[in-house]
Design a protein around this ligand. Sequence first.
Ligand code: 5HM
Length: 340
Amino acid sequence: MLTAPTFPSIEDAYVALLQLATKEPEHRIDARGNTAREVIGASFRLSDPRQRLPYLAERKANPVFQFAEALWYLSGRRDLDMIGYYAPSMRASSTDSTHLGGSAYGYTLFHQADGHRSPFDLVVELLRNEPDSKRGYLPVFSSAELADRSNPDVACLAGLHLLPRGNHLHMVCNMRANDLDCGLLSDVFSFTVIQEYAAIQLGLSLGTYTHTIGSAHVNDRNAERVRRVLEEAARGPAVTYAFPPMPEDTDAATIERLMVHEEALRTNELRYNALHIHNRLDLHPYWQQAVMLFELYRQIQHDQVKAVDPALMHALDPGLRWLMVRKWPACAAAVDGGAR
Ligand code: 5HM
């Protein structure tokens, strides 16, 4: 087969890649202090890019970070204030303690410099007028990033290729490198959200997502967790949840509104309960879920509660609840004895 192997969900692709890199590595590498097992030129396709979360207790995917990162990209930002609150480890990649560099993909793709249209806007406009186009490419990695040999943050994403074919928007993602245990899951989550958002702007259905990687590797420091994940996967699929479709009226104004709520919760200026989120925010129930995640995280970070608000946990989609219970002890405490 000459096209990438197809998987029904990111969980299946993730497990297959971990198996490949740990059991049949092609190279042992040691780049910038990271010893790793590596396979070069790996790729996969997702038939349903909405199946973008893995339900593996040993992996403990963090849906709060996943939504935060996707929205950070869609709003064209590069500030550490926002993303560093959700992923403190990303602060180490900043040279000025304020911004991120190459990995602030949203700034490259969605930022509108001085009234100019963003690269994303240009590609959407092109594809509206030329449906079978092969030119809908959004480059991210730039060799200029290599000019500074000590640059800690060189983009791993080379580019995203949007391909409207028939009624569907397909996307191919090219990565120069992917950490299969740490980077892959959040990358695929965010990039498939960008794909779905682009499909909506073009009035198309969501097509397939193809992910290609130059250096696909598992760092030795993560080997123990990877072993546990593979053991869990070998026991068979325990649970799976369908991720709902993004509402068809989602646009830049929706993202802006969401970011107002996100900031109010991140800075602890406001606190929301489930009823308020349901009844008082001008947001589709799909996006209300993201606000619920940010409020739960506010309770964990700012209030440092032992147990988060059970009503909020109850209002979460079952798949997100499953993940939050596994990720955060304060979420598990809120549903103990209740429906997990
Ligand atoms: O030395 P290098 O710049 O390639 O190190 C970056 C590491 O972060 C690699 O392991 C790369 O695969 C991983 N990474 C990732 O998987 C980094 C980013 C941020 O650009 C990402 N996915 N999005």
